[in-house]
Design a protein around this ligand. Structure first.
Ligand SMILES: *[C@@H]1O[C@H](CO)[C@@H](O)[C@H](O)[C@H]1NC(C)=O
Ligand SMILES: *[C@@H]1O[C@H](CO)[C@@H](O)[C@H](O)[C@H]1NC(C)=O
Length: 480
């Protein structure tokens, strides 16, 4: 449901990035092979199928005594009661807005401003009219950050009509950029920020700014009481059905298939429908896409069938309880059936909650996404079928909370294996299972520092190769 605004705005870069990646891929591959569990050549491996013991399927990776650390350092100074104001129009889906708002807290702090509670995105693809306080606990937000930055519900009456500096801050900006922006205070008393996503750099910011981002996202931005309440209830219900569950972010939704041009396994009519949708959305800049190349490159969400084969190969038994954290699955049961046939215990929010409970959430995509978020955070295992904003935010939060297990599919590697299987070069069961398990040994959310940019790339494309701050807030907000 939530094609990110940042993926839209960076669409021209997306292609460029792919070209650049193609150039550097050989050198990268070389270092990968060394880093990742020295894989044997794919075909010559004849190891037996090994059913993994329960603890390997379900337990969190060893976290080496690491714990969250978000307290400020002794050098930190709160900014209090400034009479300069920042207003924000937050953009994107739920998780893009959450991380964007957390960045705006940090920006308000750097610029010594009072932050006005942000407006949420109502016009974008998912058309959710929810306000900040529908989704977040605004009082909790204000009080939790009291020691960091002053936050108010509204701009004071007297300032509503004064001229504002309207700014599109440059993406991934440094501390210096925002310090420089304080010159605007010489002329203006109010700055309006037109977009909140990805305005702050991932790296090279002072420790206290990084920790403030974590305090904002993980402590202050709590969901509103109705959402928290139902979220908790649904988690309890899932737990009462089975001791453990996987939350599967099955990003097999119409918008992302259309946006990425991934039509593998779809009918001609479906492919055509997705193409028409893409052609009609102006801000999606790339119109001509070769689906085969997308898929081979690992740029497609896994299909329900591929997810089923993946989970099976990892060793999860057919009885496994799987919560589907997603909106409407494209094609509904027709495509889902290839997952259901392998894992019949799929649970959707529509079957977990009563109509009465869900009534308030209907037509509020961000609010239902918040339910999925809560259930995903609390799951024993989280598996995203695509690497979007939700996948990244949940993965990072789970790392923060104690490196809860997140299995990140190596989509490119999996597609290679599945295609070999299809062409008869690989036998199902034993060898596939073994290869998939090896391939994912180091992709389970175990502690590691955030990855920096790939070498040899310049400018914005370089930043896009960085792991995002909220995807892995280690080392700044996770300490030993
Ligand atoms: C923040 O701004 C206020 C005025 O609004 C000023 O009194 C205070 O000294 C400033 N603090 C810092 C740290 O610059
Ligand atoms: C798409 O890419 C594949 C692989 O590079 C190629 O074989 C195929 O001909 C391309 N299809 C079109 C329609 O260009």
């Amino acid at each position: 449901m939530y094609v990110s605004e940042s993926s839209r705005t960076t669409t021209p870069l997306f292609l460029l990035l792919r070209h650049v990646l193609a150039i550097i891929i050989r050198s990268e591959k070389r270092s990968r092979n060394i880093l990742e569990d020295e894989q044997k050549p794919l075909i010559s491996l004849h190891a037996q199928y090994t059913k993994l013991p329960d603890d390997q399927l379900w337990d969190a990776p060893f976290s080496c005594g690491l714990h969250p650390c978000i307290r400020p350092t002794v050098r930190y100074k709160a900014v209090q009661g400034s009479n300069r104001y920042i207003t924000v129009r937050s953009n994107g889906g739920l998780n893009q807005m959450r991380t964007g708002i957390s960045d705006m807290v940090a920006v308000a702090h750097i610029m010594n401003a009072t932050l006005v509670i942000p407006q949420l995105d109502k016009r974008s693809f998912w058309q959710d009219s929810s306000t900040f306080s529908d989704i977040f606990d605004d009082i909790h937000f204000i009080t939790t950050l009291r020691g960091d930055v002053r936050i108010v519900e509204e701009l004071p009456k007297g300032l509503e009509s004064v001229p504002r500096a309207r700014k599109h801050f440059t993406s991934w900006s440094s501390m210096g950029y925002y310090e420089e922006m304080t010159r605007l205070w010489k002329v203006y008393q109010v700055i309006h920020v037109a977009k909140s996503d990805s305005r702050l750099a991932n790296n090279d910011l002072p420790l206290d700014i990084q920790r403030l981002r974590c305090r904002a996202l993980y402590n202050a931005l709590r969901f509103s009481p109705p959402i928290e309440g139902l979220g908790k209830k649904l988690v309890e219900r899932l737990r009462s059905r089975g001791r453990r569950y996987i939350a599967l972010h099955l990003r097999y939704e119409k918008d992302i298939l259309s946006f990425t041009g991934c039509t593998y396994g779809l009918t001609d009519a479906e492919s055509e429908e997705l193409k028409i949708m893409r052609d009609n959305i102006n801000h999606w800049k790339v119109k001509k896409i070769n689906s085969t190349e997308q898929r081979i490159g690992g740029f497609c969400p896994l299909t329900p069938k591929e997810v089923g084969m993946f989970l099976q190969a990892l060793g999860y038994p057919p009885s496994t309880l799987i919560y589907i954290a997603a909106g409407e699955i494209y094609g509904g049961n027709i495509h889902l059936s290839e997952l259901t046939s392998r894992f019949p215990n799929l649970i959707f929010k529509e079957t977990l909650a009563t109509n009465e409970e869900l009534k308030a959430f209907v037509n509020h995509a961000s609010q239902t996404a918040a339910l999925d978020y809560i259930i995903s955070i609390e799951s024993d295992v989280f598996i995203p079928s695509y690497s979007g904003n939700m996948a990244k935010a949940v993965e990072g939060h789970r790392r923060f909370l104690g490196h809860r297990k997140t299995i990140n599919p190596d989509r490119k590697g999996l597609i290679t294996l599945f295609d070999q299987l299809e062409s008869g070069k690989l036998t199902k069961g034993s060898s596939l299972s073994n290869l998939v398990q090896q391939m994912h040994k180091n992709r389970q959310g175990a502690p590691r520092k955030r990855k920096g940019p790939l070498l040899g790339i310049k400018g914005r494309a370089r930043i896009q190769t960085e792991e995002s701050f909220y995807e892995n807030p280690y080392p700044e907000c996770i300490c030993s």
